[in-house]
Design a binder for this molecule. Structure first.
Ligand code: PLP
Length: 399
């Protein structure tokens, strides 16, 4: 009989499943608020001008395609460090941070997870409740038990920092704490700088292993302000992990560009940690692909391209903000009891709207508007053409 006879069908990825249903919907007015991708006002995934210029230069230079170093090129890794910690950062100067190019933010989280499993095999990983749906699966796949810390408060539609910190203060030393550095996915609720300082304190006093997931740098307030949590950790003297993703900030989703940075105590520790990380990478995919990393590296280190990218990133950020305000204004004018002004306070691409699973279902059935069953919507899928339609639909289902 077939070796696959007893293989069961795995459950469908809930969000990718939503895409399939959306694609199969024949209504011309349909809107997909489910997927975590930035679309421009025409509903298209942009190819940034800075990216296009860097690609043109690269195409003309026609460089050979040899293998990359296992951890990726120095220029790329150094550009990532500067973006996260600032070019004049003491931890960079002291050799306390090592970076490896990775296959997107997901790949960075996974090689980080695999490395931690070798160093602290008995650790439990704690993710926020709720969190990006792949966090749990990814750390479980790396062999860890995964638990949660309280995060979202439906009453305020914001973060409950007090409950979160209280929980951190009960955890055993060596626990891995996955933190959304900014633009929390799925809720859009972020901590304040003062609350981050408390989180750092809790991690220090309990001996926790912070793992910051930076998937949206530049999507909340800007490149530097969005690194506030990373820099509080950097200033604390703790050792910690940071995964970076350039999927959103460079609109390079399918190129799989990201990085894992590890902050250690000394230059000597860095060298040893990097040697172990290279073993993890070597046995997974050997070394990272060239193209996306080369583009990001060129944009970050060429002043004209860098300026162009920063302006384009600001454009994406401002457009999302305008959609947040627009949605709130339009809902306010539709004569409903519910106050949606919290949507303006949430940050990044997402909002936990408070829409129930039944209301989300009605939006899909009656309007062809697709959202996640938890009520998460992607603001970056709204545009000046569909905003009224979406506001009408939300008003209809909450009435
Ligand atoms: N982490 C969070 C919080 C995310 O929202 C995402 C993407 O949706 C990722 C990581 C993964 O990013 P990438 O597509 O670069 O793997």
């Amino acid at each position: 009989s077939s070796i696959f006879a007893a293989v069961e069908m795995a459950p469908r990825d809930p969000i990718l499943g939503l895409n399939e249903a959306f694609n199969a919907d024949s209504r011309s007015t349909k809107v997909n608020l489910g997927v975590g991708v930035y679309f421009d006002d025409n509903g298209k995934i942009p190819l940034l001008g800075a990216v296009r210029s860097a690609e043109k230069t690269r195409l003309e230079a026609a460089p050979p395609r040899g293998y990359q170093p296992i951890e990726g090129p120095v220029a790329y890794n150094s550009a990532v460090q500067n973006l996260l910690f600032g070019a004049d950062s003491a931890i960079i100067r002291d050799g306390r941070v090592v970076t490896a190019q990775a296959l997107g933010g997901t790949g960075a989280l996974r090689i980080g997870g695999d490395l931690i499993k070798r160093i602290v095999p008995g650790a439990t990983v704690y993710i926020s409740d709720p969190s990006w749906e792949n966090h749990r699966a990814l750390f479980e796949a790396a062999g860890f038990p995964v638990d949660t810390y309280p995060y979202y408060d439906p009453a305020t539609r914001g973060a409950n920092a007090e409950a979160m910190i209280a929980k951190l203060n009960t955890l055993p030393a060596g626990s891995v704490i996955v933190l959304h550095a900014c633009c929390h996915n799925p809720t859009g609720a972020d901590l304040t700088e003062a609350q981050w300082a408390e989180v750092v304190k809790a991690c220090a006093s309990r001996g926790l292993i912070p793992f910051l997931d930076m998937a949206y740098q530049g999507f909340a307030d800007g490149i530097e302000p969005d690194a506030v949590a990373v820099n509080l950790f950097a200033a604390s003297g703790l050792s910690f992990f940071v995964s970076s993703s350039f999927s959103k900030s460079f609109s390079l989703y399918g190129e799989r560009v990201g990085a894992l940075s590890i902050v250690t105590q000394t230059k000597d520790e860095s060298a040893r940690v990097l040697s172990q990380l290279k073993r993890v990478i070597r046995t997974n995919y050997s070394n990272p692909p060239i193209h996306g990393g080369a583009i990001v590296s060129a944009v970050l280190s060429t002043p004209t391209l860098r300026a162009e990218w920063e302006a384009e990133l600001a454009g994406m950020r401002d457009r999302i903000r305008a959609m947040r305000t627009g949605l709130v204004d339009k809902l306010a004018s539709r004569n409903i009891d519910q106050d949606f002004s919290f949507v303006i306070k949430q940050r990044g691409m997402f909002s936990y709207t408070g829409l129930t699973a039944a209301q989300v279902e009605r939006m899909k059935d009656e309007f062809g508007i697709y959202a996640v069953g938890t009520g998460r919507i992607c603001l970056a899928a709204l545009n000046t053409k569909n905003l009224d339609y979406v506001a009408d639909a939300i008003a209809a289902v909450v009435k």
